[in-house]
Design a protein around this ligand. Structure first.
Ligand SMILES: CCCCCCCCCC(=O)SCCNC(=O)CCNC(=O)[C@H](O)C(C)(C)COP(=O)(O)OP(=O)(O)OC[C@H]1O[C@@H](n2cnc3c(N)ncnc32)[C@H](O)[C@@H]1OP(=O)(O)O
Length: 222
């Protein structure tokens, strides 16, 4: 029997159930030697806030399926061993997307600590806008999935305000603003650690894929 919990009236899989499903895979959201002191300090600060249960650290895997609560339902193909979650597609630590996410369920909020590496370069010394879009989509998407279940990005609108230096650490802060039927509206800001520099801000629309059944009902009927 699947355990579920209710988040502001929305049925979601229990965090523990999902964790136990994904426990065999390598977790890439743990500190490694490429993380700067700023990244480590921010990570420690959020870990501290996890102690009373307000925030939850979100593990990160190289295969997309491992991220999905109730992954058996999502997995329309049998095995996808050759695929990789896009932001986890580089084997060398520190060269691409280094990131760790934390979820605040009661605020319907997901934050992502992001350190862009040298292979994400756009203009010399700065992160490519597409890499910024990727980390925003992943953070907002993770937030939407945890709050609403099976969703896909329908619209993502980004205003780039200040370039992100490669090797710096930024905080991607996203939240669900509104849920209207199958539509989940979210917003996001990307800021420097000290909060003084706004790098980007975004709004997004995600669509819940099954209009008739909750995830709980879908899993129960399998
Ligand atoms: C922990 C980390 C986890 C990792 C997270 C990774 C997240 C990554 C997320 C992604 O990048 S997903 C990949 C990019 N997205 C896609 O490829 C989606 C492609 N589009 C589709 O598959 C479909 O268009 C979609 C599922 C989004 C919607 O199709 P549906 O047929 O289910 O919906 P429909 O067209 O019936 O529209 C439902 C409602 O949404 C509205 N809608 C749909 N698309 C819209 C749009 N683009 N803009 C505004 N409104 C939109 C539509 O008007 C309608 O409103 P009403 O109910 O009021 O009539």
């Amino acid at each position: 029997l699947l355990k579920t919990c209710s988040l502001h009236g929305i049925s979601t899989f229990s965090f523990q159930t999902w964790l136990s499903q994904a426990r065999q895979s390598k977790d890439y959201a743990l500190p490694n030697s490429s993380w700067s002191q700023g990244m480590m300090d921010l990570y420690s600060r959020f870990l501290e806030m996890c102690k009373d249960g307000t925030w939850k650290r979100i593990p990160s895997y190289s295969n997309s399926i491992d991220h999905i609560p109730g992954k058996a339902f999502w997995c329309v193909c049998k095995e996808r061993k050759e695929t990789r979650l896009f932001p986890r597609n580089m084997d060398t630590e520190g060269v691409g997307f280094e990131y760790a996410m934390f979820l605040n369920p009661s605020e319907k909020r997901m934050v992502c600590l992001f350190q862009p590496g040298p292979y994400l370069e756009g203009h010399p010394g700065f992160a490519h806008g597409g890499s910024t879009a990727t980390i925003i989509d992943s953070t907002i998407g993770g937030c939407a999935i945890f709050v609403a279940g099976r969703v896909m990005t329908a619209n993502l609108s980004i205003n780039y305000r200040n370039p992100i230096p490669l090797g710096s650490v930024v905080l991607v802060d996203s939240k669900v603003d509104q849920v209207e039927g199958r539509k989940v509206f979210l917003s996001c800001q990307v800021r420097s650690i000290d909060g003084q520099t706004l790098h980007a801000e975004a709004t997004a629309l995600f669509i819940r894929l099954d209009s008739t059944k909750s995830l709980q009902q879908q899993m129960s009927s399998q």
